[in-house]
Design a protein around this ligand. Structure first.
Ligand code: UP6
Length: 274
């Protein structure tokens, strides 16, 4: 599927959130997701207003907003409709099922507003079952963390393969991975039916100007991630808004356009080479 266009994949995908994302990518000519990791809602919305027209997906860590209140969600949803992007709450679930069920009643209730969320594979298939019971009735999609971008991450080899196997068993709900490479067919046996398998790969750890940070983050360029490694969405945070305090929206816009162009060019190069 990485050689097919986003549009072709949108037409065939079994999951509604995945179809919507692929359609938006094609329409807006953007495989850019901005990760809005800031702590003040003013900065949060300044960034989203600036990058909104240029992204397919806004990634949030909603719990890091120090002045969070429920109106944040209303405004986020309005912007998602105004600028046509999907919302991905990067919640990284990793617990047993009863706890996940309780999130339905928590203060942020991301299943009500995030089209996509994610989970670690470490608890085993029950994490998918638990989140599916909440997410499927709302047409949500789940991303599994198959490979992390940080230095020394344990998400390698058989762990990654097992994560892909878990996803393969729930292709109705698991739409793809946080990973650094494309994942179709990984860990499949001869008897597995992998025809038509289409996992979206969302890659964090993308930067055009830095190779990493002081805390173990590692960056690759959109060209490496999308063209060479076959990932579908580039996730960019600090490369676009720096420290994310008192943001200069003109600069944020400029960087968003730069990453959008780089990501799209790498995608065009990839799908044209057949
Ligand atoms: N993220 C990673 N690596 C992973 C998984 N998730 O960096 O393997 C998330 C981080 C952050 C964003 O939680 O929100 O992607 C990367 O931000 P940055 O571009 O500012 O480094």
């Amino acid at each position: 599927p990485h050689l097919q266009t986003y549009n072709e994949r949108a037409q065939r995908h079994a999951n509604k959130a995945a179809r919507a994302l692929l359609r938006v990518m094609e329409e807006k000519q953007s495989n850019l997701s901005v990760s809005v990791d800031v702590t003040k809602s003013k900065d949060f919305f300044d960034i989203i207003e600036a990058v909104g027209p240029h992204v397919c997906l806004i990634k949030t860590h909603i719990d890091i907003l120090e002045d969070f209140d429920p109106t944040v969600i209303d405004r986020l949803r309005e912007l998602s409709e105004k600028h046509k992007f999907l919302i991905f709450e990067d919640r990284k679930f990793a617990d047993i099922v009863p706890w996940h069920c309780s999130i339905q009643k928590g203060s942020t209730r991301s299943q009500d507003w995030a089209h996509i969320t994610n989970a670690h594979a470490v608890p085993g298939p029950s994490i998918i079952t638990g989140l599916a019971s909440v997410g499927i009735p709302k047409d949500r999609g789940l991303i599994l963390l198959a490979e992390m971008s940080s230095k020394g991450a344990l998400t390698t080899g058989s762990y990654t393969e097992d994560a892909v196997r878990m996803a393969r068993a729930r292709r109705d709900f698991v739409i793809g991975f946080i990973a650094q490479h494309r994942m179709e067919g990984i860990g499949a046996s001869d008897t597995d039916n992998i025809a038509g398998e289409d996992f979206l790969v969302l890659a964090p750890g993308v930067g055009l100007d830095a190779t990493g940070d002081a805390m173990g983050q590692q960056y690759r360029t959109p060209e490496q991630v999308v063209f060479e490694s076959g990932c579908d969405v580039i996730i960019v945070g600090r490369g676009i808004y720096g420290k994310g305090e008192n943001v200069d929206t003109r600069e944020v816009l400029k960087q968003a356009q730069r990453y959008q162009a780089a990501g799209w060019e790498a995608y065009k190069k990839r799908v044209q080479r057949t």
